[in-house]
Design a protein around this ligand. Structure first.
Ligand code: NI
Length: 152
């Protein structure tokens, strides 16, 4: 725990400097990949990299929260083919949202990984919900959402 002289700092600086410590368990391959990125980008510490990663996660969430109106969307999912029950969970999610999912495309990337691309059209809130639902599944490596407004 670090105590700082608050009188000389602005509110945002103060928030930045009030540090909390957390312990996280990660699969070792995930940490290795993360460390490689930190190394190639010249980060001075792992903590700084984790702070940046969390900031960008929050930014992405905020960006998603700001989406509204009728949109055309594309969701790209990369996932672990061997994760038990995941393939059927992903299919189930798509069936639950068949009113906005127009098409899906699957490719077996490697022995272990699949990529699935979904084409969606409809309310941004619904599109976001599909994307968040997919992201929350265990074994999903990444979910990327891109959208285009339907009105010019
Ligand atoms: Ni596959």
């Amino acid at each position: 725990m670090t105590f700082l002289n608050k009188s000389s700092m602005s509110e945002s600086e103060e928030q930045e400097n009030e540090l909390s410590r957390i312990g996280v368990s990660l699969p070792s391959h995930l940490l290795e990949s993360f460390d490689e990125i930190l190394h190639s980008r010249g980060y001075s510490s792992r903590s700084e990299g984790i702070r940046d990663a969390i900031r960008s996660y929050i930014r992405y969430h905020k960006w998603m929260s700001d989406l509204s109106g009728q949109r055309q969307g594309v969701i790209t999912i990369v996932y672990d083919h061997h994760q038990r029950g995941l393939m059927s969970a992903i299919t189930e999610i798509q069936h639950e949202h068949l009113d906005i999912i127009q098409a899906s495309l699957h490719s077996h990337v490697t022995h272990n990984r699949c990529v699935e691309v979904l084409l969606l059209r409809g309310d941004a809130i619904k599109i976001k919900r599909v994307s968040e639902h997919l992201m929350a599944q265990k074994g999903v490596e990444s979910v990327k959402l891109t959208t285009i407004p339907l009105e010019d």
